[in-house]
Design a binder for this molecule. Structure first.
Ligand code: URP
Ligand code: ZN
Ligand code: ZN
Ligand code: ZN
Length: 467
């Protein structure tokens, strides 16, 4: 049995265009669009009619970088796949791509199976996986091919965190060579972790233990250096490269230079780098720990370079890197030693709204909002046009967005399973009203009407961004 849904009277915004159109949904997919008020739309009948007058009708957000139940620093990020995907839905995100982790000495498959077990039956929205490769060797290089065939076509490597996730340049080059052959996409955490560990040790020896020193030792230059090195290694390997969580203007400059040379290198940034700064890391009474993530927040003057990169397409994607740890009991593990604060920040619920605020503030256009938050992440990670747009045949992942509603972000009202908000008290214009996932109402007029287990696993294709 199939329910038809008609969304009437809204402004449909995709990465490509904006049109006043009615949207007909059938069998979980977009069936047709017709200009509002035309005869075609007038004859459509549906069991469910949603009035979107004065609202935007946009594709569900695609958050290509989340960490639910992520093991880090002796603890786990505090959102499960159930709580995290529910919070994502509240914020208008209908697809996440989370990171499965290979444990050292184990097969990639074992890590992937473990992440399937965490997510299966628990998600409110659709989900897919990238693979963190923490042990590049002959066996795991071969295993990459099999994962790509199963829909896990992107692999995160770390130039940071020696002894944990770290890969050396030889391992990175080998993985990139393999990706150049098998169509995989290497995602890079670009920070010089060996140099950073020296600076951490020296800072602690000087008694510099507060959260703000996390930002001081993880220098912008060491992000830029690693970004440069990753680009050159990818060039040598003949592989494309996607640099995750770019925060330093010097790193944006490296990406810009490479792209001007015509290299297939891509960059992602996150709302925390666009809206927060080292001022937050310096908040007294250990409050700065709430903002400890890597790459770290930067001085405010870096933000202009990130916004510019998003406008010039030197940065293509905004993801959240959602990796929440409660202040109480988790962030507190690093009282007296900033290097023991679990790295990561909550944000999966607020990406679409914060980027809409960027539209209101004039940083980006409305279509660019949808491009960096929906369409490009879908294309980058092989999910387009099933996800990321509103077009006949696409999954009916649709958000009715009220661009005039006002809201104030707060831990008291958010839905993420974490005891603080990184944006406490921040006022925003614009709010999600209704969210459909494959035609099913997950949020209905600001009520959660979804369920754990509705969300399906998405086997992805390879990167479509260069197609
Ligand atoms: O601080 C962060 N970003 N935590 C999550 C792990 C990562 O490096 O993306
Ligand atoms: Zn209008
Ligand atoms: Zn990272
Ligand atoms: Zn991450």
């Amino acid at each position: 049995m199939s329910t038809r849904t008609l969304i009437r009277g809204g402004l449909v915004v995709t990465a490509a265009e904006e049109t006043h159109a009615d949207v007909l949904i059938e069998d979980g997919r977009i069936a047709a669009l017709a200009a509002s008020g035309t005869a075609a739309a007038g004859t459509w009948t549906a069991e469910r009619v949603v009035d979107a007058t004065d609202k935007y009708v946009i594709p569900g957000g695609v958050d290509a970088h989340t960490h639910m139940e992520f093991p880090f620093g002796g603890t786990f990020s505090s959102d499960t796949f159930e709580t995290g995907t529910r919070a994502a839905a509240w914020g208008g995100t209908t697809t996440i791509v989370d990171f499965a982790v290979q444990s050292k000495g184990k097969a990639l498959r074992a890590g992937l199976d473990a992440w399937h077990a965490k997510a299966d039956g628990n998600c409110a929205i659709d989900y897919a996986f990238h693979m963190i490769v923490s042990d590049v060797n002959e066996a795991t290089l071969k295993q990459m091919d099999g994962l790509i065939e199963e829909g896990v076509s992107s692999f995160k490597l770390f130039m940071a965190y020696p002894g944990v996730f770290y890969s050396d340049d030889g391992q990175i080059l080998r993985a990139m060579q393999r990706a150049g052959e098998n169509g995989g996409l290497i995602m890079m955490h670009a920070e010089n972790g060996i140099a950073i560990d020296v600076l951490v040790e020296q800072a602690l020896a000087r008694g510099q233990t507060d959260p703000r020193y996390h930002g001081e030792v993880r220098k912008a230059l060491l992000e830029a250096e690693a970004t440069h090195r990753a680009i050159k290694l990818a060039q040598v390997a003949g592989a494309p490269l996607y640099v995750v969580h770019v925060s330093a203007r010097e790193a944006v400059a490296e990406l810009t230079r490479a792209r001007d040379e015509g290299l297939p290198v891509f960059g992602e940034t996150c709302p925390q780098y666009l809206f927060l700064s080292t001022d937050n890391l310096a908040e007294p009474d250990f409050e700065g720990a709430k903002y400890v993530c890597s790459t770290p927040l930067r001085p405010q003057e870096h933000q202009a370079a990130l916004w510019r990169g998003l406008r010039t397409n030197d940065l293509q994607v905004v993801s959240t890197d959602h990796c929440p740890f409660c202040f109480s009991g988790q962030k507190e593990l690093g009282r007296g030693d900033f290097s023991k604060i679990p790295n990561g920040m909550p944000g999966v619920e607020h990406r679409m709204d914060l980027l809409h605020q960027a539209v209101v503030d004039g940083h980006i256009s409305r279509r660019r909002w949808i491009e960096i938050a929906c369409a490009t992440p879908a294309r980058m990670f092989g999910l387009y046009p099933k996800k990321g747009t509103i077009a006949p045949g696409a999954d009916a992942d649709v958000v009715i967005y009220d661009p005039h509603a006002e809201q104030t972000l707060s831990a008291a009202t958010h839905h993420m399973n974490v005891d603080y908000s990184a944006y406490e008290g921040k006022r925003l214009t614009g709010r999600v009203e209704t969210v459909l996932s494959r035609g099913e109402p997950v949020i209905t007029a600001r009520e959660f009407t979804g369920r754990a287990g509705h969300g399906a696993y998405l086997a992805r294709g390879t990167c479509q961004y260069l197609d």
